[in-house]
Design a protein around this ligand. Structure first.
Ligand code: NCD
Ligand code: ZN
Length: 365
């Protein structure tokens, strides 16, 4: 493991500071078109490398789509008003959306493209824009074989979609009925179980080789289903996989702050316009990109483990993907920060971030 460069200092005024390597976000949704000026500016201000999810409409299914999407992102990057250093270091890495028609040749091309970092598996119907996801995993053997051969990781939205399965049990069921078999059938496949939400998922990842890892979002570290449902339905806490009970939240905090490199940062920042969330049929997804690092710092400090943040945020993901550690630094300070109530988004719309209007104990210096 790379030696930690984090540096926790107590200044005279008792304000704690932590300086860490600038983080990467290994799971983020930037969307497309009019959404990009907001999402690209926020992502590039917070992170160096990001892994862009492919669930656009239509999805990113091959290298040609990935190159085109990446150039739309970079074009917007040129235009947004952020520090030029952030523009220079920003490096969006792409994913392909696995469908029933993805071929082994698509995988070969992706592996050779230099910009596709991974392939994303959405079971059909599992979440936002997943209608084109895989309906029959056992028919995709040649694709998983190719991914093993070329060392291209598979990023999994780990939930079953059968209507009779309770929404709170869908992650565990996916592990029991699908993932357990996949890791046996494809022992060389690098897998990231994305945005894990249960102690069951954490245990599964812990029981596997170093080829199996997990990302954890800020919302699943900071909140549980009571925050979503007690005292009224809070649509801005609604994301998939859904927040689980507090015992699961505690396990996630344990593993995220344990220093185990299998667990690393993936915000799953997923913007939906405020009106689409505050709705009789509200969309799933929490928007956290501009404030993700203070959110994670708050979660880590809540269990007295702020010094473990750097490994989780800035080292373990890079190590898993075989990439170098960033050179840039960022300093966080234990000084209150109020989260904006909204950000402008698309034409004449806005997006409400996670914990909108609340005060966080940690902020950027
Ligand atoms: C994501 C989105 O909105 O694209 N939503 C979510 O609740 N996390 C999709 C996803 O990652 O499941
Ligand atoms: Zn996501």
């Amino acid at each position: 493991m790379t030696q930690s460069t984090s540096n926790l200092t107590n200044t005279n005024t008792e304000v704690r500071e932590i300086t860490l390597t600038r983080p990467d976000d290994w799971h983020i949704h930037l969307r497309d078109g009019e959404a990009l000026p907001t999402t690209v500016a926020h992502a590039a201000t917070s992170f160096n490398r990001i892994i862009c999810m492919p669930n656009l409409v239509p999805p990113v299914v091959n290298v040609k789509d990935a190159i085109a999407y990446r150039s739309r992102i970079l074009q917007v990057l040129e235009q947004v008003d952020i520090k030029s250093d952030y523009k220079t270091s920003f490096n969006p890495r792409m994913t392909l959306y696995l469908t029933d028609t993805t071929s082994a040749d698509d995988i070969k091309q992706a592996a050779e493209s230099g910009i596709v970092q991974a392939v994303k598996l959405y079971p059909a119907g599992a979440t936002t824009n997943s209608a084109d996801g895989v309906t029959n995993l056992s028919a995709r053997t040649d694709v998983f074989d190719a991914m093993q051969k070329y060392g291209l990781p598979l990023l999994i939205h780990g939930e079953v979609t059968e209507t009779h399965v309770d929404i709170f049990d869908r992650e565990k069921q996916f592990i029991d009925t699908t993932l357990t078999h996949m890791v046996k059938q494809f022992p060389e496949l690098k897998i990231v179980v994305e945005h894990i939400t249960t102690g069951d998922a954490a245990d599964f990842v812990l029981s596997q080789s170093e080829r199996v890892a997990a990302t954890i979002t800020p919302q699943h570290l900071l909140f549980n289903r009571n925050h979503l449902l007690v005292g009224g339905i809070k649509p801005h806490f609604y994301c998939l996989p859904i927040l689980k009970r507090r015992q699961h939240q505690e396990v996630l905090l344990d593993v995220a702050t344990s220093g185990n490199p299998k667990f690393f940062l993936g915000t799953d920042s997923a913007p939906h316009a405020t009106h689409a969330k505050e709705n009789a049929c509200g969309c799933a997804g929490c928007y956290s990109a501009p404030i993700a690092l203070p959110l994670y710092a708050t979660a880590f400090d809540s269990v007295g483990k702020i010094e473990r943040l750097e490994g989780f945020a800035s080292q373990f993901g890079a190590k898993f993907y075989g990439l170098p550690i960033n050179k840039e630094k960022v300093t966080l300070v234990n000084r209150p920060m109020q989260i904006p109530t909204s950000y402008s988004y698309m034409q004449q719309q806005d997006v409400t971030p996670l914990m909108a209007g609340d005060t966080l104990p940690w902020s950027f210096k």
